[in-house]
Design a protein around this ligand. Structure first.
Ligand code: C5P
Length: 254
């Protein structure tokens, strides 16, 4: 079984990222390059994936007109990335063209949709004019009591799914509801994962690796609990083993 851990390479330089990726490579299944490292180093970061033999998740959160996003997706495919993130709020056409272009390029790239950033709450959505109320089917006049963030995440995920996206990033708080809404062929990637005794940092909605897997996550993005550990490989192994054992018990139970 491949480790379901995505190690977030949140480092200011390629050398530091390469050294850390090499340390943890035996215990993780993918590495994630975010904006900090990509703005700093550009496509040169892709050599880290090649050096350590792991697929690269380009977390660039693209959000632009369809033509621009499609062309950026083509470039991500040429770089050999495994995943690239796009904002689902970029709309139907943007999502469809991103997916179709990734397929047309014929590489390994898949498009992964970000729904509502976990840093936003209901008041933030209100500020930018996003309000979602859904009527509960049994009591049509009663608005769904769940947070707007959850409803908006579900409806954006559904939109992206309808346009062909099959990979999604979501918080541990939303993984169970997205699994229910999207079904079993969606691949759910969850950040905000913390081993039971570890510090949460600035992550608010966190889950242990076991809980996130039980709730339906396929991949867990982990940064600081591995990056800041005195023994990174041991930390990555412990998280990976916890997640894989939760996945095996789940498979056994179904
Ligand atoms: O250090 P930590 O484990 O919190 O790192 C999580 C990684 O996942 C970071 O690279 C962060 O940018 C990313 N991320 C997140 N929440 C999201 C999307 C991405 O924490 N909603």
């Amino acid at each position: 079984m491949t480790s379901p851990i995505v190690f977030a390479l949140d480092f200011p330089s390629v050398d530091e990222a390469r050294a850390a990726a090499a340390e943890v490579a035996p215990a993780v299944g993918m590495i994630k390059v975010g904006l900090e490292l990509f703005v700093h180093a550009g496509p040169a970061v892709m050599s880290v994936g090649r050096d350590v033999g792991l697929p690269v998740f380009l977390d660039l959160k693209l959000h632009d007109i369809p033509e621009t996003v499609e062309r950026a997706v083509a470039q991500a495919s040429h770089l050999g990335a495994r995943l690239v993130t796009v904002h689902a709020s970029g709309g139907r056409t943007m999502l469809r063209r991103a997916v179709e272009r990734a397929e047309k390029e014929g590489g390994t790239l898949a498009v992964c949709a970000v729904t509502i950033l976990t840093s936003l709450d209901d008041a933030d959505l209100d500020d930018v004019g996003i309000t979602v109320t859904r009527r509960l089917p049994a009591f049509k006049s009663v608005p769904d009591p769940r947070a707007h963030t959850t409803l908006a995440a579900e409806s954006l995920a559904q939109l992206a799914y309808d346009e062909g996206v099959r990979w999604f990033v979501c918080s541990p708080a939303e993984v169970a509801s997205l699994r229910r809404v999207l079904g079993s062929d969606a691949v759910l990637v969850t950040p905000g994962v913390r081993p039971a005794q570890s510090a949460s940092g600035d992550q608010k909605r966190i889950a242990t690796p076991e809980q996130a897997i039980r709730d339906g996550a396929d991949w867990l993005v982990v940064g600081r609990p591995i990056r800041d550990a005195s023994d990174r490989l041991a930390a990555a192994r412990a998280i990976s083993e916890a997640a894989m054992s939760a996945a095996s018990s789940k498979e056994g139970a179904s």
